[in-house]
Write a protein that binds this ligand. Structure first.
Ligand code: UN1
Length: 511
């Protein structure tokens, strides 16, 4: 409710007017003023002064200076900083989870879950700070030794989306920090307060440890500043989460200056439901995947590819399950589905439904915008289900909304081909109790996605695995496994401790 939101905002250092950009301690916000509006009740939460180009230059300067100092701090000591950050997040979990839910519109459970992902990646990064391993190799020359080591890159720019307004930043910065980098974060303009709250939390750690200002920089700004960062040679790595359309430009521009990038772009994720599936499990996985976060995860389930023998049974059960969904204020724990982020997203949802109908889609659960008491923000929509062909233009396209497409198949080979026959390649799943089916799905002749699950839906990945996808999803990986390597530069060292200078490949060069 309003009162407890106010208390949480206060605890997180958010007031009526906020300076959006800081280097942990100093503020660089002299640009336009924007407002954050909650999609849950349409209320204006607070206003934020954004950053101008002049502010941007000052932030870069601060970051460059901080890097010179921060890179000399031993990695395990940098890990200790991340450990303290994780402790703060535990302390602020309720407040931050509530703000995520209120500003972005996802359910309170999911808002708290997002903060939990932040805590988990902190723990992961702390351990990793003692494990930034390179290989050692045997040299072909006597009295020589070879090994490789990893060094920090410099400034890492993180451009994140509204749908995971805090966790995506944390996946990037925790790894970037233990690797010795400093970070500049440009969050979505739709969720600036979540970003300011995070920056306030890390600023406490920075102050308490007397760290160089500018290891964590926040830039609340528009796309002009985003473009500036993408094109700035001083930013060694751009980690971008967002649409394929924008990601294509980011990719081109960063490559043109030989920068590094991590791209986390659109998904078009499917679950194959086999005739050998546990149907109870399949329905839960499919419904959570499709309507969780109101269909606004890049891992949301967009397509169900269902065996013809169980197609009608699955369809009936889905229709029944959708009939039981409670749509409403995400802070009320009884509701399953909250609002879309804004009215623009609502329009895109409505347009996609129209396009789907025009191509021949048959809606077995109708969509629509909810009106009346409790829906004043105009952002609440009904999750819907359509029977389609995979080849429809709209089905090939990612709509960030709870629209689920049903597609029928006969053979598993056909199902896998359908699953792969979209431009995107993020997440995928099969529901089956057959070892033959699940192994074929996971084989080189199976799913072409970065994430392939068995008897689990497409969303809700744990932080321990590398997260990302293929094809138009962009090819980036972040979070767990060895994704840390993206945040460092690799150096191969050959050391000669003999008394001669033998050349490699046996080449003779006598003077
Ligand atoms: C995203 O939607 O950008 O796997 C990230 C999941 C979450 C992350 C989604 N852990 O659904």
């Amino acid at each position: 409710d309003q009162f407890s939101i106010q208390k949480s905002l206060e605890n997180l250092g958010i007031n009526a007017t906020n300076l959006g950009s800081s280097t942990g301690v100093d503020f660089f916000a002299t640009g336009e003023v924007i407002k954050s509006q909650s999609p849950t009740d349409g209320q204006e939460i607070a206003s934020i002064t954004t950053s101008s180009e002049a502010d941007y230059n000052k932030v870069i300067e601060k970051a460059e200076k901080a890097f010179l100092e921060f890179r000399m701090i031993p990695a395990p000591k940098r890990g200790e900083i991340v450990r303290q950050f994780g402790e703060k997040l535990r302390h602020y979990k309720d407040d931050l989870g509530k703000l995520v839910s209120y500003e972005m519109g996802k359910s309170l459970q999911e808002g708290l879950g997002e903060v939990q992902e932040m805590i988990d990646i902190c723990d992961f990064a702390v351990g990793l700070s003692r494990q930034l391993h390179g290989f050692t190799m045997h040299s072909e020359r006597p009295g020589h030794r070879m090994y490789e080591q990893y060094h920090p890159l410099g400034i890492v720019g993180v451009i994140s989306a509204f749908n995971f307004p805090v966790a995506v930043w944390s996946w990037n910065v925790t790894l970037a920090w233990i690797a010795g980098n400093v970070c500049i974060w440009k969050p979505s303009e739709k969720t600036p307060l979540c970003a300011i709250a995070c920056q306030n939390i890390i600023a406490e750690v920075i102050k308490e440890n007397n760290l160089p200002e500018g290891i964590s920089n926040l830039l609340v700004a528009d796309h002009v500043i985003g473009d500036k960062m993408v094109n700035d040679k001083k930013v060694a790595l751009i980690s971008f989460t967002g649409s394929t359309r924008v990601g294509r430009e980011v990719n081109k521009n960063v490559a043109a200056r030989f920068g590094k990038s991590i791209l986390e772009l659109g998904g078009n994720n499917a679950i194959i439901i086999s005739d050998k599936a546990d149907l109870d499990m399949s329905i839960i996985g499919a419904v959570f995947g499709a309507v969780g976060t109101a269909g606004q995860r890049c891992t949301s389930t967009r397509r169900l590819i269902i065996h013809e023998d169980v197609y009608d049974a699955v369809k009936d059960r889905l229709v029944k399950a959708y009939g039981q969904l409670k749509i409403g204020n995400p802070l009320d724990q009884h509701n399953h589905v909250g609002p879309l982020i804004d009215k623009h997203a609502v329009n895109q949802y409505l347009e996609s439904i129209e396009k789907c109908k025009a191509e021949g889609g048959n809606f077995v659960v109708e969509g629509g915008v909810l009106e009346g008491a409790d829906y004043e923000s105009g952002c609440y929509v009904k999750p819907c289900i359509a029977e389609v062909q995979n080849s429809y233009k709209i089905v090939q396209h990612e709509t960030f909304a709870p629209i689920l497409y049903l597609i029928k198949y006969k053979t598993l080979e056909e199902a896998i081909a359908l699953q792969n026959d979209v431009p995107q390649g993020l997440s995928s799943a099969i529901m089956t109790q057959s070892l033959r089916e699940s192994e074929l799905f996971l084989s080189q002749a199976g799913s072409d996605c970065g994430i392939a699950n068995v008897n689990i839906g497409t969303s809700g990945a744990e932080i321990g695995g590398a997260f990302g996808g293929e094809k138009e999803t962009g090819g980036g990986r972040e979070s767990g496994s060895d994704a840390w390597k993206y945040y460092m530069r690799r150096q191969t060292n050959t050391i000669n401790y003999s008394t001669g200078l033998p050349l490699a490949q046996g080449i003779k060069f006598d003077l």
